[in-house]
Design a protein around this ligand. Sequence first.
Ligand code: GDP
Length: 340
Amino acid sequence: MDKEDEYVKTLFYGLMKRERGMLARAITLVESTNLKKREQARMLLSQVLQYNKGVMAHSMKAFNAFRIGLSGPPGAGKSTFIESFGKFLTAQGHKVAVLAVDPSSSTTGGSLLGDKTRMPELSCDMNAFIRPSPAKGSLGGVTRTTNEAIVLCEAAGYDIILIETVGVGQSEFAVSDMVDMFCLIIPPAGGDELQGIKKGIIEVADVVVVNKSDGDLVAAARRIQTEYVSALKYMRPRSRVWKPQVLRISSLTKEGIPDLWKTMQSFQHSMVDSGELVSKRNKQQETWMWNYIRDHIMECFITHGGVKNILPELTKQVRSGLITPGTAADKLLKEFAKES
Ligand code: GDP
């Protein structure tokens, strides 16, 4: 066995021993774009997948961890919520991992500084693991890493994985495609302040959480709750067994958090019992495979020597209407099909 395999072995046993430091190092490995490290990451992930499957079979469960996506406009109170909700869960004996997806992030990969200030108590909790978004890259790159980090957290014994979208853009949809349950967190404000919410994101929410329902804001929170309840009525149900709910909570006073957790558990039970969770996860796996293929092919296409040579001129011709987009695409694809 060479040195690299030794490293994979060390990480694997570290995960089995539920060492947080080893989990952090394992995630750093899957975040690497270095070819050699990606090979090690693949070895580690295949061992971990096998292990996770074994644990599921042994416990006769359909899953190792409950994966929950959290999204909402900036200022809705996501960090405050994760701090309160995370502490609530660890107090009940759960192990909670928090992963962030932020393709626009410029923070350095391993730094926890931002999260220490955002979630001061949870980041000191021995039963919580907080990982900031991988620093660089396209949405494709960041989501791939997050997907793989989920698998590693599960192997390290985390039974609740919270995946938070920090950035704006398409990341909310990407996250809704990698979790069991998707929660939209909104502040008790209407109109302009809710502009940050992407169209269509409400349709993928399993629960809408109106945060900051405390003090003077309770009346506004009630109003927003009613608005969302009626908006959801007109949406096509995505599940046979679950109707999206709208709940009010306060992350500051923690009021409503136990009820929200009950709602989440009831969602989980319905999805497991009906078999919908298994089919949802199976479908997600396939979706991600195609996402990666699409990303990879695009990358190869754009960096292909022949394509690079003729692309600027063809683009110019398409823009000025000298040739049709279809003809240009055919020429480019023909060039791509040639050996580079
Ligand atoms: P994020 O941008 O979504 O992560 O939002 P933050 O968690 O940073 O919260 C934004 C602001 O809202 C902060 O000033 C929080 O103190 C405040 N906030 C968060 N949750 C609550 C809440 O439940 N009630 C009230 N009154 N304020 C809150």
